[in-house]
Structures are given as structure tokens and as C-alpha cells.
Design a protein around this ligand. Structure first.
Ligand SMILES: [Fe+2]
Length: 162
């Protein structure tokens, strides 16, 4: 299908994001299981619940645009998750595994922040304000998750140093 305008480009982006979020809901339980720090494990579990809400928001955005909520395989997320899984299969000290898990999770968040930020801007440009608001809500959650991961990484490093 040829992409004729910004609205179509936005729909393509939302399909990519829907696939990305679905992949994340499958990966997070495994990441939670591999985490040894309690806050990290809990953080992954909370983000799983949050991600389910983000999928609902995407479905609402499709509804607003009068399109079926159809996912289109997000190859970038497949790659990020494949790398995270590689780490999971390695033999690592628990604290090193936690550091690797945080790194993988932050790569995922940064991909999502870029995609949601772009999609929100496009929705604004074509006057789809309700869609823009939905995307902004998720963008805020992703940003907070990323900040939480940064703080956690720092506190884990400090604990190791102590
Ligand atoms: Fe997400």
C-alpha cells in the first residue's frame, strides 16, 4: 500500500507500535523472572500492566481514525527483544544480569519514546487532537519508566560500590 499522506504514515506508525507493545507484553514476564533486585522485578511487573493499558489506548486511537486496530510486525522491537533474550541466556552474576536487564529495557523505552513522540506530532499536524492526547499519555508513561530505570541503575551501582 502506498503511503499517500501523513494520516496514512501515522496509521502505519500506530500499527508498528501496536506490534511493539504486544511483543513487550510477552517479553516482560521473562525479564521480571530474571531480575534479582526486588524493585526491578516489581518495576517490570508494573510496566506489564501499564503496557496493557497502552495497547487499549492504541486501539482507541485506531477507533478515532476509523481504522481497524491491526498490528504490523515491528522488526526493530523484534531485534531489541532478541538481544535482551541473548543476555537472558548468558551465565551472569545476578547484579550483572540486573544491569543488562535495565539496559535492554531502556533501549526498548527509547525506541517507544521516539515512536510515540513522532506519532503524537503527526496527529497534531493533521488535527487529530484526541489521538494526539492518547499518544501523549503513553509517551508520559514511557518517559517516567525510563527515568525510573535510570534511578534504579544508579542505586544498584551505588549499592555495589558500598
Ligand atoms: Fe509501551
Amino acid at each position: 500500500m502506498a503511503v499517500r499522506d501523513l494520516e496514512q504514515l501515522l496509521i502505519e506508525q500506530l500499527r508498528d507500535l501496536l506490534s511493539a507493545e504486544k511483543q513487550i507484553t510477552k517479553a516482560l514476564p521473562r525479564m521480571a523472572k530474571a531480575a534479582s533486585d526486588e524493585r526491578l522485578r516489581q518495576g517490570f511487573e508494573e510496566h506489564l500492566a501499564q503496557t496493557e493499558g497502552q495497547i487499549v489506548r492504541l486501539e482507541r486511537a485506531f477507533e478515532q481514525l476509523g481504522k481497524a486496530a491491526r498490528a504490523k510486525a515491528c522488526v526493530a522491537m523484534e531485534g531489541l527483544i532478541a538481544e535482551a533474550k541473548e543476555h537472558l541466556e548468558e551465565d551472569m552474576e545476578p547484579s550483572v544480569m540486573d544491569a543488562a536487564l535495565i539496559a535492554s529495557a531502556q533501549k526498548v523505552e527509547h525506541y517507544e519514546i521516539a515512536s510515540y513522540g513522532t506519532a503524537r506530532a503527526w496527529a497534531e499536524q493533521i488535527g487529530q487532537d484526541a489521538v494526539a492526547r492518547l499518544l501523549q499519555e503513553t509517551l508520559d508513561e514511557e518517559t517516567q519508566t525510563d527515568e525510573k530505570l535510570s534511578r534504579l541503575a544508579e542505586s544498584l551501582v551505588n549499592r555495589r560500590a558500598a
